[in-house]
Design a protein around this ligand. Structure first.
Ligand code: SF4
Length: 72
């Protein structure tokens, strides 16, 4: 799974940081989202999916791995 953020859509709500604090942070200058990492660990998947679902700006994009390529 990979995640990316669109700072142009972010409204600085902080919901993503509350739901996935190991993955997301907010910029000290403008409070817009930053991603701490792009490629995620399996134990982070559920929190990131929740963060993406609850993001009021629809600023988080999650790309699920293709099971055909991972053998999952
Ligand atoms: S939840 Fe969405 S709108 Fe809120 S800070 Fe995170 S990316 Fe920005």
């Amino acid at each position: 799974m990979q995640v990316s953020v669109d700072r142009d859509r972010c409204c600085s709500s902080g919901m993503c940081v509350m739901n996935a604090p190991t993955v997301f942070d907010q910029d000290d200058r403008d409070s817009l989202v930053t991603a701490r990492q792009a490629v995620l660990l399996p134990e982070q998947f559920d929190d990131v999916r929740i963060a993406a679902d609850l993001c009021p700006g629809r600023a988080i994009t999650v790309v699920e791995d293709d099971p055909a390529q991972t053998g999952a």
